[in-house]
Design a protein around this ligand. Structure first.
Ligand code: ATR
Length: 270
């Protein structure tokens, strides 16, 4: 029996158990993912307990990703780029920290646009979610990455591996920065149910650009609606959540699970 967990706070809303338990079922693997509510302070003892109980590993979500990274004995390149881990694996009394959010970002877009490679990217936001996306854009070979954030100073807090590969744009110049970009990503919480829409004019954005929003409640944010209406290819944020789970499931089981429309619907409707 394969046991794995997802830790965070809050955790009851997490769709990870639903995704992984559906995959266990579909793949005919005897396994189970359980949610564990954990504070930053109790993460070390919780991981130790899970490890002792024979768990294969865990996904880690807000607000624990940075602490999980610090607690890891070995770290993947992706987690080093972000200074955060969303996946930990237990092996030989060691914790390996990885970050699959960037993988989720890239493969969510490639699911819609096969073979997608970014050239010039515009990224809105510089919070936790932006880190993995910036790392993924660098890793997939983007030539220019323009980043803007309401609070400019926050951009300087990004890990140096990311800072050295981006160009910072004033928040007041965010509309113009879209010129010549072939991908636009919103990494802020603007556009989410209960939040105002992202204040951004798309006029300068080439119509051939891909527009991605990490917000998935609603699935079609005001940004994605505006982009779709002017003819851009739009990629919603729900797929990133689904795709980031693929390498985790593989790490624990050796099996690469598939994401099809039925799987997406089953997770969405839960
Ligand atoms: P996450 O870890 O999910 O990225 P976060 O670290 O709190 O969450 O970051 C939220 C992002 O949304 C930040 O880029 C934030 O901008 P600030 O750094 O200026 O706070 C952005 N954001 C949130 N509310 C915003 C608003 N009303 N206008 C502009 N940006 C906003």
């Amino acid at each position: 029996m394969i046991f794995c967990a997802v830790l965070g706070d809050p955790i009851s809303h997490s769709l990870s158990p639903r995704m992984h338990n559906l995959w266990f079922q579909r793949e005919g693997i005897d396994g189970c993912m359980i949610p564990v509510r954990s504070s930053v302070e109790s993460l070390a003892s919780n991981l130790e307990a899970l490890q002792r109980l024979g768990f294969k590993g865990a996904n880690v979500t807000l607000p624990l990703k940075e602490k999980a990274f610090q607690l890891s004995d070995a770290r993947s390149d992706a987690s080093m780029m972000c200074g955060a881990a969303n996946l930990v694996c237990f092996q030989n009394q060691q914790i390996t920290g990885d970050n699959t959010d960037g993988y989720g970002f890239t493969w969510n877009i490639r699911h819609i646009v096969p073979g997608w490679v970014p050239r010039q990217a515009a990224v809105i936001g510089a919070g936790g979610a932006a880190r993995a996306i910036l790392a993924a854009l660098i890793e997939t070979g983007a030539e220019r990455i323009l980043v803007t954030n309401r609070t400019k100073e926050r951009i300087s807090h990004l890990p140096s591996a990311l800072l050295s590969s981006i160009e910072i744009v004033d928040w007041d110049h965010r509309d113009e920065m879209l010129q010549d970009c072939d991908v636009l990503v919103n990494t802020t919480s603007l556009g989410m149910v209960g939040n105002p829409a992202l204040p951004l004019r798309l006029d300068a954005l080439p119509k051939s650009a891909v527009v991605n929003d990490i917000v998935y409640k609603p699935l079609e944010t005001p940004l994605l609606k505006a982009a779709r209406e002017r003819g851009n290819i739009v990629v919603d944020g729900f797929g990133m959540l689904l795709h980031q789970a693929v390498p985790a499931f593989h790490a624990w089981t050796g099996v690469t699970p598939t994401i099809d429309e039925r799987f997406r619907e089953m997770v969405l409707s839960s």
